[in-house]
Ligand binder design. Structure first.
Ligand code: SIN
Length: 294
């Protein structure tokens, strides 16, 4: 987290309005293209920790402003699929189903399975920010599931059983399956494969800022529980996956023009609910680096 050099910026009068949902809040009246003083930034940071997903309404911002705001929370990751970086802004991954001249302009199936961003890296992401560029007239929602609530709602015997466990997370596990469905997905070079070797993570992580525990397994990236026979591991993971995304933990985001959505990957999993093929959808994503889960 970096303090702004613009500590003297005038306050912005904005509202944090929690959603009538298990998780999430919208921020009204803030313009992130304008300087944000340290007091306002601290309020935003607190709201992020409390609500886990913040929707900043009506942000008519440039890619550079999106990057600047994201960078106040930490260094930014550069996604392994360099094919879909925004030109001149490698910190931005284009998430889009649009094809131009027969070529995809972005990662069209990002978020096709529930996941937490970059959990396949030894230091997964702190949080991600998606900014709406072009929205379909129907579909295209994003779902967020609160993994603190999921942990807290688990049966005590299951909590005890999984607390000491670790699991492997792999970027490559589902890559070929996704490529078979979506042949436009690039074949990975050896250099890209080398960037995404599997990582081992705790099955239950502790949020480094709030101290709250959260389930930390996902159908996209988690391949097995370390030390368990495959069959037992598969059964346990299936039970945890089903539990972790129960409706009572989920907020469904219906995108509005110029929404900027900022979620905490240490607290949530997310899923792209899907867009009809004939409709265009495009968002820009930044991803903030995080620390080693414990
Ligand atoms: C993602 O998983 O980063 C993309 C989510 C979305 O497109 O809704």
């Amino acid at each position: 987290m970096t303090a702004s050099p613009k500590t003297e910026a005038p306050p912005q009068h904005f509202e944090v309005r929690p959603f009538p949902a298990p998780v999430g809040a919208e921020i009204l009246g803030l313009d992130i293209s304008k300087p944000i003083n340290n007091e306002d930034f601290a309020r935003i940071h607190r709201a992020h920790l409390d609500h886990h997903v913040l929707v900043f309404r009506n942000q008519q911002i440039t890619p550079a402003e999106h990057i600047n705001f994201s960078s106040r929370f930490g260094p930014l990751e550069i996604h392994v699929l360099h094919q879909f970086h925004l030109k001149n802004h490698p910190e931005i991954l284009i998430v889009s189903n649009i094809k131009e001249n027969g070529e995809p302009i972005g990662l069209g199936d990002a978020g096709a399975y529930w996941h937490s961003d970059l959990s396949y890296k030894p230091q997964p992401s702190l949080g991600s920010l998606l900014h709406a560029q072009e929205l379909p007239s129907e579909g295209g929602d994003t779902l967020f599931a609160d993994q603190h609530l999921a942990w807290e709602a688990l049966r005590p015997d299951l909590q005890q059983r999984i607390l000491p466990l670790q699991a492997e997370h792999s970027y490559l596990a589902k890559y070929e399956e996704l490529r078979a469905k979506n042949p436009w997905r690039p074949k990975l070079s050896q250099a890209q494969v080398d960037q995404v070797t599997p990582a081992v993570q705790p099955v239950v992580r502790t949020h480094p800022e709030t101290g709250r525990k959260a389930l930390f397994v996902s159908e996209h990236f988690t391949t097995g529980i370390v030390g368990l026979p495959q069959e037992e591991s598969d059964a346990l993971l299936a039970e945890l996956f089903a539990h972790s995304v129960k409706p009572e933990f989920v907020y469904r985001h219906r995108w509005a023009p110029h929404d900027l959505v900022f979620w905490d990957n240490r607290s949530l999993m997310h899923l792209a609910a899907g867009t009809p093929d004939h409709l265009r959808r495009r968002l820009n994503r930044t991803t903030i680096a995080g620390d080693t889960p414990f």
